[in-house]
Structures are given as structure tokens and as C-alpha cells.
Design a protein around this ligand. Sequence first.
Ligand SMILES: *[C@@H]1O[C@H](CO)[C@@H](O)[C@H](O)[C@H]1NC(C)=O
Ligand SMILES: *[C@@H]1O[C@H](CO)[C@@H](O)[C@H](O)[C@H]1NC(C)=O
Length: 361
Amino acid sequence: MARAALLSIPLFLLCLALASRADAARKTVGVYELKSKKGDFSIKVTNWGATLMSVIVPDSKGNLADVVLGYDTLAQYVDPSSAFGTVVGRVANRIANGTFVLDGKTIRLNKDGTTVLHGGHRGFNRVIWTVKEYVPGGDSPYITLYYHSFDREQGFPGDLDVYVTYQLCGPYELSARMNATALSKATPVNLANHAYWNLGGHGSGDVLGEVIQVFASRYTPVDGSMIPTGEVAPVSGTPYDLRAPTRLGSRIGLVSGAGMAGFDINYAVDGEGFRRVACLRDPASGRALELWADQPGMQLYTSNWLSNVKGKGGKVYGQYGAVCLETQHYPDAVNHPNFPSEIVRPGGMAYKHDMLFKFSF
Ligand SMILES: *[C@@H]1O[C@H](CO)[C@@H](O)[C@H](O)[C@H]1NC(C)=O
Ligand SMILES: *[C@@H]1O[C@H](CO)[C@@H](O)[C@H](O)[C@H]1NC(C)=O
């Protein structure tokens, strides 16, 4: 007995050591760069949270700027308060009370507070993804990341295979393509890229001077806890009407108050399929971004609660330091039968989400 016990302890420890070593080899967190042949357009990605760490774009004078907020070190990305550039999921945005009914069954998600935001406290933005393919050279360099989400992860039903590909395609065009396949149970899926854009360059000040246009004639109003009321209301006659190019600063005060400090709202994007969703332009640098995507909605967030965050190159990010253009399903769609469904089923259509960011200057 005593002998067996003595033997079993070191064996158990050895197994642990081997397991963690194999895991480390498969899942090392690294930084991967994609660069255009001309060299003046590049991005950096890490497989921690499938995160877009930097996007470097020229202006008309050839000045390069990194137009997304982020951190210098991977350690800072691991900080739970950060979502800069990450892919959020399994369900981006809010789920009221962290609960919903699916096929007659009540699903309760792991939750800290009353709502579950961005897939829970350890969503897809806080896990290590596997680098499936990395092709840094050629005309259209790309990287494909993979994550296997297990049954009941953060409370979500069923195993799920998830892929995200970032690719430089065309001159000054970045595509982000995501898909997910339900393997064992029906589940909601709603992935979103959470890049914080500042076309003047990250840390160059606020984005209130940037001009936005959102191709949406309706939006989903929210209650006091940021949960959609269920209404899909016309933007016409409200400060949310951004169908014509509008300086963000001219509206920020009008959409503030009652717990709001700027834009944090979902737009029901006009049309269907892959279409133009929004344009953002920085008159000071002349840089512009046109976003195309195939999702029903886009959450517009103006970094209302960003405050004194130490970012890349010693820059400090404050309120309105960036704008997020999160194409996705409508928030809390699982609790609103009148919203487009985000349920994916085994053997059925896979979840797909394509985004294209076209830069000009
Ligand atoms: C969430 O809980 C509140 C009260 O606790 C309730 O009024 C509301 O209907 C719930 N919402 C959902 C979607 O379950
Ligand atoms: C998801 O993307 C990966 C990587 O591009 C691809 O190999 C796979 O076929 C895609 N799956 C579906 C269901 O589209």
C-alpha cells in the first residue's frame, strides 16, 4: 500500500508536467505580423483572444499611424478589463439576466452581475486560440486562428468549432472572416471584432472630430440596464440618425444622460448580405475607413467609459479616445423572437461573419 502510494505520486506529477508541456507547445501565445508588399500597410495579431493588436495605415503625406488602440505587452492584454481588438463570443453584447430559453429548455449562463456581457468573464477574448495557418508573405498574407469551445463553457450549450481569419487583401483592405460550427447541441453564436478605431492614430486624442456615417434607418432602443426594449425603431428624428455624414462631437451630448455618456447602441443595418455598413473619416489626417459586413446589426460604441488607460508607446487613452464598429447580431437576440435568430444547430448552416475594412487617405 505504502509503496504504491509513493510510486503513484511522482507518476501523477510527471503526467501533469508532460500534459502542460504538450499544451504549451500547441498553445504558445505569440505575435504575428502581416505586411503588404509595399510595406506601408500592416497589422499585428495575437492568438490571445484572436486579437487585432495594430493596424498601420498611411495618410496622404505618407505618414504612418497605428489606428487601433492596444497594449505593448501581451501581459496587459491578459488583464480582464481589456477588450481592445479582441474577438468577443460565444455571444457578443448583452444577454439579459444571463438566461434564455432554447428549444423549451432554460439555459443559465455563468454570471457575475445581472447581465452577461461578451460571452461571460472568460469569453473567447480571454482564451488562447490555436494558430492554424500563418502566411505572412505574398500578395494576400493571412492568419487563421482556431478555438474549440467546449459544452457548458460559460454555460453555453454544446461543443463549437470557431475560426477567425485576418487577411490583407487588395491595397489597404483588411478582411476578417469568422465562422463557427455547432458540433453537439443547438447554441446561440454571435462573434464580434472589438477593435477601437482612431483614424488620427491611437492616443492622438478623442474622436469627436471624426465624421461617421451609418447605413441604418432603424436601431434597437434600450432600457436603463442597456437591454433592448424589443422595439426596432426608426432613427429618423432622433440623434441616432447617422445616415448622413455626421461629426461625432455634434451628437455626443444628445445621446448622453440617463446612464449613457455617448453612443453605445445597436443599429439595424439596412439591407441584407454583404453590404456597406459604416464609414468613418478623420478630417485632420484625411484617413477614412469604410466597413462592409454581412451581419444584421452594428453596435456603435464611442469609448464612453475609457479613462486613463496606459496604451501602446506610452500613450494614455481617455474618454472618446476611439470608436468601435462592432458588426453583429442584435443584443439579447436570444430573448427577442422578433430579432434575427442567432441560433446555430449541429448539421445545419454554420455561423458565418465576414467583415471588410477598406482604408483610404
Ligand atoms: C430579468 O429579470 C427581471 C427582474 O429580475 C425581469 O423583470 C425580466 O423580465 C428578466 N428578463 C429576462 C429576459 O428574463
Ligand atoms: C471556417 O473557416 C476555416 C478557415 O478558413 C475553413 O477551413 C472552414 O472550412 C470554414 N468552415 C465553414 C463551415 O465555413
